[in-house]
Design a protein around this ligand. Structure first.
Ligand SMILES: NC(=O)c1ccc[n+]([C@@H]2O[C@H](COP(=O)([O-])OP(=O)(O)OC[C@H]3O[C@@H](n4cnc5c(N)ncnc54)[C@H](OP(=O)(O)O)[C@@H]3O)[C@@H](O)[C@H]2O)c1
Length: 303
């Protein structure tokens, strides 16, 4: 049986790792080159790699995600988040190969007081958001067979994320200050990967599969403080004590990059077009905490 090859960039990242762990049909071969083999700063290499690869789809989950570092490392952020998508779109357009491109709530300012719709105006607050917005434009204008999937507040059992930071801090400090006036939807990389897989298989199996920009996060809303509280509530079954959490305001925790106050994203469009009904963030978090419990992260914590 000849295999259909799917290129996954960022295969070592949170979303990429979960994409590689998904159960794919037998006739699919996933190709996930490491940075050394496919540097997303190298547009010529991206184009030649895709031209030689006979891919049926490209999933771009690679990105420069260090939001604060991007404020000073502007060139690298733009190369990876904006120019790499230009090259991917250019390399796929003529062959009609679909792109599934992951983007972010940070394209929005956060000033809206209800969940963002796909067509709401973008107004990024920093370099990371601006470079991701440019990457969206590159994909949108460069290859009509695209799905841009915006997500937010991503965590998983791998990589660096808020859940793992909270668990690490709990081992070293008695109290943790957490921002309570930014709202979003904590989203498991496992759930993003399943959604990306569903969309990718639709696009390669059906010429008429819906294209365009979509929002996906887990359901429900939380502040970072709510998120931290739930992490420690779930961890509580392992320990008698939890660190003391203190709710603070954004201005009390200055960062190089500004963050949107409202990161919530509407799911109506992805529900209607792709039948994706995200589960509640607390259910997804419970699963990831169970995975962490089974791994070293929480076992070390128990000692
Ligand atoms: N994390 C979040 O909270 C969040 C929120 C909203 C949207 N998103 C979006 O979701 C997507 C996936 O994010 P994530 O959290 O899975 O990211 P992540 O864990 O930070 O992983 C980023 C991936 O990109 C790769 N990468 C970065 N620069 C590269 C380069 N020059 N060449 C090749 N590979 C490079 C990394 O490779 P190495 O392992 O070699 O570094 C890694 O595999 C991204 O598009 C991101 O913008 C993330």
């Amino acid at each position: 049986m000849s295999k259909r090859r799917i290129l996954i960039t960022g295969g070592t990242g949170q979303v990429g790792t979960e994409l590689l762990r998904c159960h794919w049909p037998e006739d699919i071969e996933l190709v996930a080159p490491a940075r050394q083999e496919l540097d997303l700063c190298d547009c010529d290499r991206i184009k030649s790699y895709i031209a030689a690869g006979s891919f049926s789809a490209v999933i771009n989950s690679g990105a420069y995600t260090a939001v604060d570092r991007a404020e000073s490392d502007i060139l690298t952020a733009w190369k990876v988040n904006a120019m790499a998508p230009v090259a991917i779109a250019a390399a796929t357009k003529d062959s009609g190969v679909p792109i599934i491109h992951i983007s972010t709530d940070y394209v929005f300012s956060g000033a809206k007081n209800s969940p963002y719709l796909e067509e709401d105006p973008v107004a990024p607050l920093g370099v990371y958001g601006a470079s991701k917005e440019a990457g969206e434009q590159a994909v949108r204008t460069g290859n009509p067979r695209h799905v841009i999937l915006r997500t937010a507040w991503v965590y998983s059992e791998h990589g660096s994320n808020f859940v793992k930071t909270m668990l690490r801090l709990a081992k070293t400090v008695p109290g943790i200050k957490v921002v309570g006036d930014q709202i979003g939807s904590p989203t498991s990389a496992v759930d993003i990967a399943k959604t990306v897989q569903k969309i990718t298989l639709s696009l390669i199996n059906h010429d008429a599969a819906p294209t365009g920009t979509y929002h996906f996060t887990n359901a429900g809303e939380a502040s970072w403080f709510d998120f931290a509280s739930e992490i420690f509530r779930l961890r509580g079954s392992l320990r008698d004590t939890s660190p003391v959490l203190e709710e603070i305001r954004t201005f009390e925790y200055p960062t190089a990059a500004k963050r949107p106050a409202n990161s919530t994203l509407s799911h109506e469009k992805i529900e209607a077009d792709y039948g994706v009904n995200p589960r509640h963030w607390k259910d997804a978090l419970s699963d990831v905490m169970a995975s962490l419990r089974a791994s070293e992260v929480l076992r070390e914590d128990e000692r």
